[in-house]
Design a protein around this ligand. Structure first.
Ligand SMILES: [Ca+2]
Length: 561
């Protein structure tokens, strides 16, 4: 698959440059001004784009140190990119060539070890030039005087393109990074809209049992029951479950966020109540009703009796072996269920909109997702260097000089080699909209790099039955997950979280405890504890700090006017 794809962007760009210079030559010839020497040099997009101070080079080059979390995925990626290492790769070379910034890692470590080492480094103040931290750590570093104000660096050096992209999530990410009116970290903005949930259903099971896709929560419960009791796989055994659930109730795939929303319960969101105050969704009465239904489903064997012992990987295996017919999940859940198709070509899945109890409109909950910020060590002489990395990363993947298939997806995820990885929050939905326009008009030129690469994967599946394209079609196809997201948005179904400030004092102190309490109680109710445990949980939650947190959150809300 590799080579032609890699070369394509270069050819495309060369073609553009040539057209532009021919055009200029033509102009010169027409205005009768004589010699070709009068013609300015061909307009190179790169020269124009890189003229911004935020993309200009340090001369001589400067070093910029980070620490970095590594993992098996990263080493797997490097195996596919011969000649590249974590320290010396296409991104580090690009940053040095264009910006004169030499990326260095003071240390790297995997997973838990990384978090331990980072915690120790923050506590001792021994931090690299740039450090990625959460909102609480940002506040601590700021109070300890270990990091510097980035307000001017961002204002002066972020390109208009960077500013536009980082504003796609609204003011929240920057508010969360602002302490005493100063920007103390550059937010690594994530995408709210990518958190939207869909309902993924085995459509071959629906057909075998003569069932219609669900329009209401009641329909969904009937399907779950049928998938459990009516032998949808036709093997004569009572061996299937209606709904996938993992031990982490809020997993982005195979979790219960979308199910709860069907009862207008939003257990992980700060929402506005009828009086205009912010309240935490987990302690609202709608949750109780949803838990009661889950308890019934568990008792009836529609949910695996051992789900509390199973993480996402284990439940994915159950789906792969054809034991589960329905799961909630984000747009990429197609790839979670794909193995069932690999194992059984008759297995088919489709994304559907999530549903609500009959007679009500569904709302699709979206958490405020940005939680990490890049802070610069006090005393580092070039605080704008981090902004420049952001600029170039966004530019080379999605800007006018993008070489998406070199720097983002080769199709291996080369973007992961960069120490900073900002992206447009709406890029996938935009890619879907380009694909949709292309499907409607037949005009391939509306596809930008990312959409073109997706289109090729879908075509590989539709025309050559290339299996890897199956999931892409389920997600980006004419009636895939993004077609549904498009409708969610156009129909006003998206429910955005209302609190997006930095964590409050009491949150920092007690939120983990309260969240663990929530999860323990909810699981215990699903497994059969009396439903009134929920009322006791609500009291406990308020008593153990939830009341203070609610007050703090509402002070923040009121202060925003
Ligand atoms: Ca069966």
């Amino acid at each position: 698959m590799g080579l032609p794809e890699l070369r394509m962007p270069f050819m495309y760009k060369a073609g553009l440059a040539m057209t532009a210079s021919c055009f200029l030559l033509l102009l010169a010839a027409c205005n009768g001004n004589g010699s070709v020497r009068d013609v300015p040099p061909p307009d190179r997009t790169e020269d124009t784009v890189y003229a911004h101070p935020g993309l200009g080079p340090y001369d001589p080059p400067v070093a910029l140190s980070f620490v970095r979390e590594t993992g098996d995925n990263l080493y797997e990626l490097l195996r596919h990119l011969p000649g590249e290492t974590l320290e010396d790769n296409r991104w580090s070379r690009l940053y040095e060539q264009v910006l004169g910034i030499r990326i260095q890692y003071e240390w790297t470590a995997k997973g838990d070890l990384y978090r331990q080492k980072l915690g120790a480094a923050l506590a001792s103040g021994d931090i690299p030039d740039v450090v990625k931290v959460n909102a609480q750590q940002l506040r601590q570093l700021s109070e300890a005087g270990l990091i510097q104000d980035l307000t001017e660096a961002y204002e002066q050096f972020a390109t208009p393109f960077t500013k536009r992209i980082l504003a796609q999530e609204g003011p929240g990410p920057f508010e969360a990074a602002t302490i005493d009116g100063r920007l103390m970290g550059i937010p690594e903005t994530l995408s709210s809209i990518e958190g939207a949930e869909f309902l993924w259903i085995r459509t071959d099971w629906l057909e075998r049992l003569g069932l219609e896709p669900p329009r209401t929560m009641e329909d969904l419960l009937a399907i779950s029951k049928a998938f459990t009791e009516m032998d949808p796989d036709g093997n004569g055994e009572h061996d299937t479950f209606g709904l996938a659930v993992t031990q982490y109730l809020w997993d982005p795939a195979k979790g219960l966020t979308g199910f709860m929303a069907g009862f207008h319960a939003y257990p992980n969101l700060w929402i506005e109540d009828d009086a205009g105050r912010l309240v935490y969704g987990a302690v609202q009465p709608e949750v109780k009703r949803a838990l009661q239904v889950l308890q019934d489903m568990y008792r009836d064997g529609q949910i695996d009796s051992e789900f509390v012992f199973k993480d996402g990987m284990k439940v994915r295996e159950q789906i792969a072996s054809g034991k589960i017919g329905m799961t909630y999940g984000q747009q990429w859940a197609s790839f979670e269920v794909q193995a069932s198709y690999t194992n059984n070509p008759e297995a088919d899945w489709k994304a559907f909109p999530i549903v609500a109890v009959a007679g009500t409109d569904v709302k699709v909950p979206l958490r405020f997702p940005t939680y990490q910020f890049l802070a610069v060590r006090k005393g580092y002489e070039h605080p704008e260097a981090i902004v420049k990395l952001f600029n170039l990363h966004l530019e080379k993947n999605w800007g006018e000089t993008a070489e998406y298939e070199t720097y983002y997806s080769t199709p291996y995820p080369a973007w992961q080699l960069s120490p900073v990885t900002p992206f447009p929050a709406r890029k996938n939905l935009e890619a879907y909209r380009q694909l949709e326009e292309m499907r409607r008009t037949g005009d391939m030129s509306v596809l930008k790099d990312e959409a073109r690469s997706i289109h090729r994967k879908i075509e590989d599946y539709l025309q050559y039955n290339e299996e890897t394209g199956w999931g892409w079609e389920k997600t980006y196809g004419p009636d895939g997950a993004f077609a549904i997201l498009d409708q969610y948005e156009k129909n006003g179904r998206l429910l955005y979280e209302r609190f997006y400030g930095a964590p409050t004092e009491t949150m920092i102190e007690l939120l983990d405890i309260l969240e663990n309490l929530k999860n323990d109680v909810f699981i215990s109710i699903i497994l059969g504890s009396p439903i009134d445990e929920f009322d006791r949980f609500v009291e406990e939650w308020h008593r153990l700090g939830g009341r203070e947190i609610t007050e703090e959150v509402n002070r923040w809300y009121a202060s925003r006017g």
